[in-house]
Write a protein that binds this ligand. Structure first.
Ligand code: SF4
Ligand code: SF4
Length: 109
């Protein structure tokens, strides 16, 4: 059950969560951050540090934000703007640096 980042992160992005993640699986888009469901070890360390309560386990995401569960996954499985292939599981956001683009859903919000 991976953790996911939902709508309150959009345009907030203070990045406290990145500092806490022991496996570096939180990646930075343009207006929001995304947790890689393949890399997240479900430790929960990121959840309490988010000042806007954007992070929760996927099965506890608020109903109005339920689309964000799939959208966190899409960030890694779909080909994002300006890229030739999906990010997949690149092994940490320190390796990739800022990705700088969002999913189609978030970009359209
Ligand atoms: S701590 Fe919360 S608002 Fe800040 S970047 Fe992480 S998910 Fe987004
Ligand atoms: S639950 Fe743990 S492993 Fe998953 S994103 Fe949060 S801090 Fe990283």
């Amino acid at each position: 059950m991976p953790y996911v980042i939902a709508s309150p992160c959009i345009d907030t992005m203070d990045k406290s969560c990145i500092e806490e993640c022991p496996v570096d699986c939180i990646y930075e888009g343009d207006r929001k951050l995304y947790i890689n469901p393949k890399e997240c070890i479900d430790c929960g360390a990121c959840e309490p540090v988010c000042p806007v309560e954007a992070i929760s386990q996927d099965r506890r995401v608020a109903e109005e934000d339920s689309e964000f569960v799939e959208d966190n996954r899409r960030f890694f499985t779909e080909v994002l703007d300006g890229r030739d292939e999906p990010l997949g599981a690149p092994g940490g956001s320190r390796k990739t640096g800022v990705i700088g683009v969002d999913t189609t859903m978030v970009a359209a919000l």
